[in-house]
Design a protein around this ligand. Structure first.
Ligand code: NAP
Length: 271
C-alpha cells in the first residue's frame, strides 16, 4: 500500500496516477489519499512506518514538517528543506528516507516535451515558492544558468541561491531588469499560480515572448494558460505542468517499486 498525506488532499491526482500505474505493471498495490491535519506529520509518518507502507507522498502543509521523523534525506530534499516522497532505504531495514522528486520530474519533462537538456541552458524561473525553488535547484544542478524573478526579494534570493553560485535574482517589479533578463535566456519557466482557472494575467511582460524562447508553465489546471497561448502566438515551443506532475510521480513510483514507470498509462489516467 502507498498513500499521500496532506490537507487538503482529496483533490489530489496522485491516486489516479499511481493506481493506474500499479495495475499496468501487475502490482497488487493500492494508493490512497489520507487527509492529515497540520501538526500531525510525525504521527502520520510513525503510522506509515508501523503499517509497513511501501511509499508515502507528502503534500502541503507537511513537506517540511515530516523531515524530523525521517532517518535520512536525499541531497535534493536536504538542499530544498522539503520532502514530497518517502521511501524505504535501499536495504529495507526499516529506515525511511525523504526525497524531493519535483526537480527531477521537471527535468525529465523538459527533455521529453521540449527536447531540452539543462547543461548550458540559460533559464529564467518566475516564482520562488516550493515549485520555483525545486526547478531552480534542478536546473542549476544540471548545469544551467538560472535567473529567478520574484516579487518578494527574500524568497527570490533564496531560490536563486538554490541554483548554485551562478544563480541570480531579479525583482519582478523592475520592468527593465525583467526584460533584460528574459532577453538573455533560452527557457522561461513560470512557477507562479498566475493563469490558474479564471486568472487571465501573465506574470511577465508579453513583449518578452519570442519564437526562440521555450516556455514552460507549471500550472496544469487549466492545461492552457494565457502565458502558453501568448507564447505559442509568438511561435515558441511550450509545455504545461502536466508533464512535471506525471514525471515526479514516475520518480516516486520507481523509488517504491524498483520498476520503470508506465508513463503512457499515467498520462492517460489524468487526461
Ligand atoms: P507557493 O509556494 O505558494 O509559491 C508561489 C510563488 O508564486 C511565490 O514565489 C509568489 O511570489 C509567486 N506568486 C504568487 N502569485 C503571484 C502573482 N500574481 N504574480 C507574481 N508572482 C506570484 O506555490 P508553489 O507550490 O511553488 O506552486 C506554484 C505553482 O506551481 C502553482 O500554480 C502550482 O499549481 C504549480 N505547481 C505545479 C507542479 C507540477 O507538478 N506541475 C508542482 C508544484 C507546483 P512571492 O514570493 O512574491 O509571494
Amino acid at each position: 500500500m502507498a498513500a499521500v498525506i496532506g490537507d487538503p488532499v482529496t483533490h489530489s491526482l496522485s491516486p489516479r496516477l499511481h493506481n493506474a500505474a500499479f495495475r499496468a505493471v501487475g502490482l497488487d498495490w493500492v494508493y490512497v489519499a489520507l487527509p492529515v491535519a497540520r501538526g500531525q506529520a510525525r504521527a502520520a509518518v510513525d503510522g506509515a512506518r508501523a503499517l509497513g507502507l511501501r511509499g508515502l507522498s507528502v503534500t502541503m502543509p507537511h513537506k517540511e514538517a515530516v523531515i524530523d521523523s525521517l532517518d535520512g534525506l536525499t541531497s535534493a530534499a536536504a538542499d530544498l528543506g522539503a520532502v514530497n516522497c518517502i521511501l524505504r532505504a535501499p536495504h529495507d531495514d526499516g529506515l525511511l528516507l525523504g526525497d524531493n522528486t519535483d526537480g527531477q520530474g521537471f527535468i525529465r519533462g523538459l527533455r521529453a516535451d521540449l527536447g531540452l537538456d539543462p547543461a548550458g541552458l540559460r533559464c529564467a524561473v518566475v516564482g520562488a515558492g516550493g515549485a520555483g525553488r525545486a526547478v531552480a535547484h534542478a536546473l542549476g544542478a544540471g548545469g544551467a544558468s538560472v535567473t529567478v524573478l520574484n516579487r518578494d526579494p527574500g524568497r527570490g534570493e533564496h531560490a536563486a541561491a538554490m541554483a548554485g553560485p551562478d544563480g541570480r535574482f531579479v525583482p519582478l517589479d523592475e520592468d527593465r531588469a525583467v526584460r533584460t533578463a528574459i532577453a538573455d535566456v533560452d527557457l522561461l519557466v513560470d512557477a507562479t499560480p498566475t493563469g490558474m482557472a479564471g486568472d487571465s494575467s501573465i506574470s511577465v511582460p508579453e513583449a518578452c515572448l519570442r519564437a526562440d524562447l521555450a516556455v514552460v508553465d507549471l500550472v496544469y489546471h487549466p492545461t492552457e494558460t494565457p502565458l502558453l497561448t501568448a507564447a505559442r502566438r509568438e511561435g515558441s515551443k511550450t509545455a504545461n505542468g502536466l508533464s512535471m506532475l506525471v514525471h515526479q510521480a514516475a520518480v516516486a513510483f520507481e523509488h517504491w517499486t524498483g520498476t520503470a514507470a508506465p508513463l503512457d498509462v499515467m498520462v492517460a489516467a489524468i487526461a
